[in-house]
Ligand binder design. Structure first.
Ligand code: ASP
Length: 341
């Protein structure tokens, strides 16, 4: 019985690409062909509708307006469908997953992003398993309710919380990691759901589809040899409202006067400065070392164990939601969608 209705949203990426034999480059192909390539989809216990971006894109071209487009599609089909699978290039999939997690508030249905390392037409493709299992996860229900009620990212036998992921490998099929949060589902002979890690269900909350993202955000990765001109160049960016500083280890940065004074002045002038670690795992803990004590004193915002991808999305979402300057630090340091601890 085809009782569950799943909407497949095709945005682009390797999963739907073919090789242009003249140039050797991969280019997007027609979405109808994607379904033709996987006749197995017809055997699934659900009906599948599809919506495609008019111009499927490589995910390097994804921007905030594309995120909003995905939100609008999900909003339009939210009541009529039980779950959503977003086919997306893997390069920026973690950013989109994080952005959607903030833009889609109070989800009671799954939104699963997936893609592949090899095109769907390739003999050794990872696309089929990723796509088929993502659809099964999107259709998964218990006592009439969706099991997953958040934005997830499915790749190579694991479902992760989307806003906890990072792309860590351009070669391996296991392209993603979620170093600060356990995966939510493991696909083996059975789909093993780790219920204790799912976002708790909020009763009687209506879904909200947010559509504003403010792009006045920049990221600065600290490195030995970073000089004042480079720092000042970033700080002088016109209209900049949030600077995410990727620091060392547990949130440590140079203690040189020019560095501390520039950041202090920028904060005084209204810039929100967020401390995230450039380590793949672990958390910012300002004050643990002398090299972060100053940052803590001048009210630098702690990103705790958030990924840089999620920090960017959260900052853009909060600026877009008009969170007041006075509340910005408190709200950023609060977990909104399971993105930090
Ligand atoms: N460049 C591709 C993209 O992100 C890679 C992929 O799909 O995996 O769109």
């Amino acid at each position: 019985m085809n009782d569950k209705k799943i909407l497949l949203i095709y945005t682009g990426g390797t999963i739907g690409m073919v090789k242009d034999y003249a140039s050797g480059a991969l280019r997007a192909f027609n979405f109808d062909e994607l379904l033709k390539n996987i006749p197995e989809l017809n055997q699934l216990d659900c009906s599948i509708d599809t919506v495609s971006f008019q111009e499927p894109i490589d995910s390097s071209d994804m921007g905030t307006s594309d995120w909003v487009r995905i939100v609008e599609i999900i909003e339009a089909y939210y009541d009529s469908h039980d779950g959503f699978v977003v086919l997306h290039g893997s390069d920026t999939m973690s950013y989109t997953a994080a952005a959607l997690s903030f833009l889609l508030e109070n989800l009671s249905k799954p939104v699963i992003l997936t893609g592949s390392q090899l095109p769907i037409g390739d003999l050794r493709t990872d696309a089929k398993e990723n796509l088929i299992t993502s659809i099964q996860i999107a259709a998964l229900q218990e006592r009439g309710r969706s099991v997953i009620r958040e934005v997830g990212l499915y790749f190579e036998y694991k479902l992760y919380r989307g806003n906890r992921t990072t792309k860590i490998n351009a070669e391996h099929f296991q392209a993603f990691a979620s170093l600060n949060y356990p995966h939510l589902i493991e696909s083996g002979v059975h789909l093993n759901v780790f219920k204790e890690y799912l976002l708790p269900h909020k009763k009687n909350r209506k879904p909200k589809f947010h559509k504003q993202m403010d792009e006045n955000v920049a990221v600065l990765k600290i490195f030995p040899g970073l000089n004042q001109r480079a720092l000042d160049g970033v700080l002088k960016t016109e209209g900049l409202r949030v600077l995410i500083v990727e620091t060392y280890g547990s949130g440590n940065a140079p203690t040189a006067d020019w560095f501390i004074d520039s950041i202090k002045m920028a904060i005084k002038n209204g810039l929100h400065v967020i401390n995230v670690t450039q380590c793949s795992g672990g958390s910012v803990l300002m004050g643990q070392y002398e090299t972060s004590t100053q940052l803590k004193k001048m009210q630098v915002i702690s990103g705790k164990d958030i990924t840089t991808e999620a920090a960017i999305a959260k900052a853009m979402y909060m600026l877009g939601s008009d969170v007041s300057d006075a509340l910005f630090k408190t709200v950023f340091e609060t977990e909104l969608r399971g993105e930090m601890h």
